[in-house]
Design a binder for this molecule. Structure first.
Ligand SMILES: *[C@@H]1O[C@H](CO)[C@@H](O)[C@H](O)[C@H]1NC(C)=O
Ligand SMILES: *[C@@H]1O[C@H](CO)[C@@H](O)[C@H](O)[C@H]1NC(C)=O
Ligand SMILES: *[C@@H]1O[C@H](CO)[C@@H](O)[C@H](O)[C@H]1NC(C)=O
Length: 352
């Protein structure tokens, strides 16, 4: 009996160690499998990628020292633009001021510090316009890093005319005008242009500034202005509702191309802050980019990060017009255009 029991015990021990052994062997096999398989797999993937990434016919290489060679901008000249015929041109509505309006607006004019010196800027009631007007009243500036960059660009490029699309009450326009520049400022809000004109008059810097009361889009039609409560700078255009909007004063939209009717000098720096309608502006701006030399373009990117379709179309349009995206105006920090989701709130596009 005892012998048998011992035999049984031995058998059990034996099967147990056999099981352990086979487990161990299985483990060894799978590990070596992994070791053999994965380097090969990744090697293969790399090879495939290399084959796929054939250089396109035209390419732009940014200075390797600046970006460690990790990124190459591809240049694609195949972008198809919409064609707009000449006779359609819609004359921009040049705004000459509204003396009655300036008295109606509950406004005050406060100092704005610029690189050309301090000059008045007339603001909305800061209780009402809590974003921009309130900030300027407290800090005597707005988006100071960008205003500084704008000033630095203008000072180092005396040939540039400043085109301010979506000027609002004109922190940028006033800054450029104070530096003695020719400026074209466009906005959808008559009140904002009224305040801006008043600021320019007070600062005696109105001579070289043209104010335009229009929306910039890809069609020439009429829109309703949607004023955003507590943030007048966030106002934007909306399709007109035939019933609800029958008593409103609409704003006329024009194409960016139509601005050429103002005889803008050839070399320009465009600042664009038009609340999400940038792609539409570009779609109506092919001739603007052809006829003028847009050397710098500063645009808000915040709204485009999450919109792949428009973001890609904007990138495509600007690359095909010879512009490259940067985080800074000194071209030290190029932005990989595939990574537009991570681009900063504002992007500098600079002519190659
Ligand atoms: C636009 O016009 C140009 C010249 O007039 C023409 O060559 C081109 O094919 C047109 N493009 C489209 C998309 O119609
Ligand atoms: C902008 O420039 C002014 C004047 O040189 C300077 O005092 C200020 O610190 C600058 N601001 C930023 C955010 O760079
Ligand atoms: C307007 O431009 C002219 C020519 O560049 C310049 O001489 C003049 O000082 C400018 N005017 C103002 C008010 O900046």
């Amino acid at each position: 009996m005892q012998e048998e029991a011992e035999k049984k015990d031995d058998m059990i021990r034996c099967t147990k160690s056999l099981k352990r052994l086979s487990l161990f062997i299985a483990l060894c096999i799978s590990i070596s499998f992994c070791l053999i398989l994965f380097p090969r797999l990744s090697g293969k993937t790399k090879k495939n990628l290399k084959i796929k990434a054939k250089p396109p016919s035209k390419r732009d290489y940014i200075d390797d020292k600046l970006h460690d060679g990790f990124f190459v901008h591809e240049f694609d000249a195949s972008y198809q633009r919409k064609n707009f015929s000449e006779e359609e041109i819609q004359k921009p509505r040049v705004f000459l001021g509204n003396e009655k309006k300036i008295k109606q607006l509950h406004n005050e004019c406060v100092p704005l510090d610029t690189w050309g010196g301090t000059t008045p800027i007339c603001i909305y009631d800061p209780q009402e316009d809590r974003m921009i007007s309130a900030f300027i009243k407290d800090k005597r500036t707005w988006e100071q890093n960008l205003l500084n960059a704008t000033s630095a660009i203008l000072l180092s490029h005396p040939e540039l005319t400043f085109v301010d699309l979506g000027s609002n009450i004109g922190a940028y326009t006033i800054t450029a005008a104070k530096l003695g520049r020719r400026v074209f400022a466009v906005d959808i809000m008559e009140d904002s242009l009224t305040l801006l004109k008043h600021s320019l008059d007070l600062g005696k810097i109105r001579d070289n500034v043209t104010l335009v009361l229009n929306a910039i889009s890809d069609t020439r039609s009429q829109f309703r202005v949607n004023v955003v409560e507590h943030n007048i700078g966030g106002s934007h255009i909306k399709e007109i509702d035939a019933v609800k909007d029958k008593d409103i004063i609409p704003v006329q939209s024009i194409l960016m191309n139509d601005l050429l009717a103002l005889n803008i000098p050839r070399n320009v720096f465009v600042k664009m802050d038009i609340e999400g309608t940038e792609l539409r502006a570009f779609q109506g701006g092919g001739r603007f980019f052809d006829q003028l030399n847009v050397k710098y373009l500063l645009m808000e990117w915040m709204l485009h990060r999450s919109k792949a379709k428009t973001a890609k179309a904007i990138i495509h349009f600007l690359l095909s017009n010879g512009m490259l995206p940067y985080r800074d105006h000194e071209q030290k920090l190029p932005l990989p255009h595939g990574g537009y989701v991570y681009w900063p709130d504002n992007v500098f596009w600079i002519k190659r």
